[in-house]
Design a protein around this ligand. Structure first.
Ligand SMILES: [Zn+2]
Length: 366
């Protein structure tokens, strides 16, 4: 019985060793002691799931005291504790899988679907592991993010942090539209760019960095200005538009195309120590940019970053909130800033919000 398994068993074993045993004739019992919510990343073939807290009570029903048993958890720490406890209580041939399930996945060894299954491959299960264990995201939500598409209008102070987090989160397609080149004065806040990239197209440099961060998603560089002739095509190809434009003309063009096509816009703006974020989503009864600004401000009437200045971290805060709202829209979870303008003031470290009603006389939302 179990002649080809070592006796005594070591306290800890490597994944290759366990894989060899599972492929052989004398197979040890394999017990997964993770929480149920962690099983969405998959389980070892033939593993029996017993959450760690239930192990002391269930161990005697599950295996004989002299049976060889491989215990694993996510990283190998909880399973090592379990093995210590089991050995103290007479189960002398228990062993812990070193590095846990993550090491197993990293080695691309076979896994079976956990409680919720899903189509994610092994490398996605590792990359997005911290999403998969969130009940509101899980495998289904991650698959939704991977199927989602976002247009970043502007690869500037807002588009940079938003782009980094959206790419890291696994949004399946990200397009960066920006006709500017990287300038030295951008580097104080536009965290996608390096000093060595001064003079390069922002869209191209941004796409390269985002692709390096997450090679599994599609990144498209559009080194073009958003204008009347292309805005409809740009908008229609995406699920959510993240507006980080540096001028009102572009913002209104985007707004009008989004309203027409029923695509939500996640709007952000910054000024010195202050920032604003909201979601324009008239397709779901929300207001639009023209409800907030019924009259188009004249070109040059609003101080730009160049004139007014901005604390570099402010677009970081605003852009990451925009990224969070974008992810919620793609997942269809939570309460987004629809009809709510979030006002951030870093000088007194305050967040407050005001309601943006749908204007009865808005030419778009009437
Ligand atoms: Zn409106």
């Amino acid at each position: 019985m179990h002649l080809n398994l070592p006796d005594p068993m070591p306290i800890e074993v490597d994944h290759d060793q366990v894989a060899g045993w599972l492929a052989g004739e004398a197979v040890p019992r394999v017990v997964d002691v993770r929480e149920t919510s962690e099983l969405v990343t998959g389980i070892l073939p033939g593993a029996h799931h017993v959450p760690l807290v239930q192990l002391p009570q269930k161990a005697s029903q599950l295996f004989e005291k002299d049976a060889p048993v491989v215990i694993y958890c996510q990283k190998g720490i909880r399973s090592a504790e379990a093995v210590d406890w089991l050995r103290e209580h007479g189960w002398g041939r228990c062993t812990s899988l070193r590095g846990g399930f993550e090491a197993w996945l990293q080695a691309e060894l076979p896994v079976e679907p956990g409680t919720e299954g899903g189509n994610l491959n092994a490398s996605d299960r590792i990359r997005y592991a911290r999403h998969l264990t969130i009940p509101q995201v899980g495998v289904e939500g991650q698959e939704r993010l991977l199927a989602g598409s976002v247009l970043l209008v502007g690869g500037g102070g807002l588009g940079c942090p938003a782009g980094l987090y959206l790419a890291a989160a696994g949004v399946g397609k990200i397009t960066i539209a920006d006709d500017d080149v990287v300038e030295a004065s951008n580097l104080q806040r536009q965290v996608l760019y390096r000093t060595s990239e001064i003079g390069e197209s922002k869209a191209v440099a941004a796409a390269r960095t985002l692709k390096a961060l997450n090679p599994g998603i599609e990144i498209e560089a559009l080194p073009e200005r958003v204008v009347e002739s292309n805005v409809d095509d740009f908008v229609s190809a995406h699920d959510v538009i993240l507006d980080g434009a540096d001028n009102f003309n572009t913002r209104f063009l985007i707004n009008d195309a989004c309203v027409k096509q029923g695509v939500p816009t996640v709007h952000g703006s910054v000024y010195r120590f202050e920032g604003q974020v909201t979601v324009f989503d008239p397709a779901h009864s929300g207001p639009c940019l023209r409800c907030l600004h019924p009259v188009t401000p004249a070109e040059g009437s609003c101080a730009s970053c160049a004139e007014a200045g901005v604390l570099g971290v402010i677009p970081g805060i605003v852009g990451t909130i925009q990224a969070a709202e974008t992810i919620k829209l793609l997942l269809g979870i939570g309460t987004v800033l629809r009809g709510r303008l979030l006002l951030i003031d870093a000088m007194d470290a305050s967040f407050r919000e005001i309601e943006i009603p749908v204007r009865a006389d808005c030419p778009h939302c009437k």
